[in-house]
Write a protein that binds this ligand. Structure first.
Ligand code: ADP
Ligand code: MG
Length: 302
């Protein structure tokens, strides 16, 4: 299994060696290692908290990894960064150290299971807007390398309509909204969709219904949200998938091991794999991606 974080560190090092002694203006195209496409960035969010975003993100990442994709997950939940716990890793540093200028991004990336790369979360993302252009350039050069190395980036956010979450949502190539069948969760999901639609009528929003008792219930929830968005916001939302309520999730959370690895034969893993297949569909693959660099540029321009 490839050690993603290690590969990235090496890549960064080789970039540094290559460009050593040159000013930024002197860099030629040969100094930049280019992959054909930028990474495709998905932001995962919800209206209500505790609907399963982080578990979905971690296990979807493993599903994509199983299909040979180079995947990075970024924990952008400021209030409760816990992707590390779900993935069973114990990072020493996190995004807050990068933002405070104490660590470089490539120094905080840790290896998750199966060669997954994790950018651990921490507080301080709200300070992004106050960074100097020097600091911003430093960050962006890192993101550049990430675009070259990874196929897919999943950004896990907190719930609700905080300013930060909204920015992360609007900057992504695609947004995945998670709702459970609970009426409060559906109402809050619709609230998020409404805010996105107001800010960006072109946004691509996909829906995941989590903790459904059965596919019938899941489909009903999805139909309701899709229809309401169509009728009141003139926005087409695609249903990405339905995940059942499954003890495999709660058990694996307690074990600090993702259910994708702990219970590979469970129903919930079957559903994750169906979503993986949908995301890797040809039609999706051919879509243009702004990459993490595009994401970051958009984020800074808000
Ligand atoms: N499909 C599911 N089946 C059973 N329990 C689930 C499922 N999804 C989430 N949960 C429960 O919900 C809790 C919160 O999930 P989490 O991914 O941390 O949500 P969020 O990131 O949205 O706050 C989990 O610890 C688990 O107990
Ligand atoms: Mg979470």
């Amino acid at each position: 299994m490839t050690d993603q974080a290690e590969k990235l560190r090496n890549l960064v090092q080789s970039m540094k060696n290559k460009t050593k002694g040159k000013n930024k203006d002197e860099l030629t195209e040969n100094d930049v290692i280019t992959k054909e496409n930028s990474a495709y960035v998905y932001t995962i969010t919800s209206g209500k908290g505790g609907v399963g975003k982080s578990n979905f993100t971690a296990n979807l990442a493993l599903g994509l990894r199983q299909e040979g994709k180079e995947v990075m997950v970024i924990d952008a939940d400021l209030g409760m960064a816990n992707l590390d716990v779900i993935l069973g890793v114990s990072p020493t540093y996190n995004l807050s150290h990068v933002i405070r200028g104490e660590k470089r991004l490539e120094e905080i990336i840790v290896d998750g299971p199966k060669g997954l790369a994790l950018v651990p979360g921490g507080s301080g993302l709200e300070e992004l807007a106050n960074l100097s252009s020097y600091q911003i350039n430093n960050l962006i050069s890192c993101w550049n390398k990430i675009d070259q190395e990874f196929d897919i980036i999943l950004i896990d956010t907190g719930a609700g309509l905080t300013n930060n979450v909204t920015k992360f949502v609007l900057a992504a190539d695609e947004v995945i909204i998670i709702s459970t069948p609970e009426p409060t969760s559906i109402t809050d999901a619709y609230g998020v969709i409404k805010v996105i639609a107001k800010r960006d009528q072109e946004a691509t929003i996909k829906l995941v219904v989590n903790q459904a008792e059965n596919s019938n219930e899941g489909n009903k929830v999805a139909d309701r949200l899709v229809k309401t968005a169509r009728d009141f916001l003139q926005l087409e939302i695609g249903l990405l998938g339905i995940l059942p309520t499954d003890k495999a999730v709660t058990k694996s959370v307690r074990k600090r091991r993702p259910f994708f690895l702990e219970f590979p034969k469970s129903q919930v893993v079957k559903s994750i794999n169906q979503i993986v297949a949908k995301l890797l569909d040809k039609e999706v693959k051919e879509k243009e991606s702004g990459g993490i660099k595009g994401f970051f540029n958009k984020l800074l321009n808000f």
